[in-house]
Design a protein around this ligand. Sequence first.
Ligand SMILES: C[S@@+](CC[C@H](N)C(=O)[O-])C[C@H]1O[C@@H](n2cnc3c(N)ncnc32)[C@H](O)[C@@H]1O
Length: 226
Amino acid sequence: MPAFARLVFIPGSTARMSSTEFAREALPTKLKRRVQLLLGPWGVFFEGFLQHPVMVGSIIPSSRFTIQKMLAPVDWDECRLFVEYGPGVGTFCRPVLDRLRRDGRLIVIDTNPLYINYLKATITDSRFTAVLGSAADVEAIVQAHGYEQADYVLSGLPFSTLPDRVGPEIAAATWRVLRPGGAFLVYQFSARARDFMARHFSRIDQGFELLNVLPCRLFWGWKEAA
Ligand SMILES: C[S@@+](CC[C@H](N)C(=O)[O-])C[C@H]1O[C@@H](n2cnc3c(N)ncnc32)[C@H](O)[C@@H]1O
């Protein structure tokens, strides 16, 4: 491959192509890819929204202000397994990996193959695992990767637009998978998730981030230490 060649992510697959292959593509496909390249991760995120608006629930990834505030209470020294639901294009993944210990692991779970393929193609950190599946199956997914429990679970799921039973199921499974002393971190445009969390988590800290599209509510549900 020539020195100037670069790899291009192909939405909907795990493959990348060289710039030579890219140059040989038909014009309409090439134009579509040019737009995707120009928009970067935001383009992939928006494409996922157009495919599944109810499941994605937002047209723009979270802001850096939301990320900083949401992750601030995490005790990184005590975090061996961090799980994220609904990573989208990985807005939180890199900040989590930046803070995670060297022997830690980040497992992300998303129902959209476009996002999972994008994450697999763009994040090469050996501590990172992207799983195509539902957050409702978190216990089986965590066990399949050799862990009994998670230290922290972060959710970017749009609870207010998901089918009615999904939120309560996910909150219950999350409580079971967390170690005592661990926490469920949730950011949401509405307070709906708090109702599901309150059935399991006796202490829920709350916050708000204005500098996000849209401004969002933040919740930290703490599982009582043993
Ligand atoms: C609002 S987006 C979150 C985007 C990203 N975390 C951010 O902060 O920019 C919601 C994500 O949840 C995913 N999702 C929806 N239902 C899910 C489920 N049951 N399990 C896992 N992921 C799900 C969607 O595919 C989408 O990637």
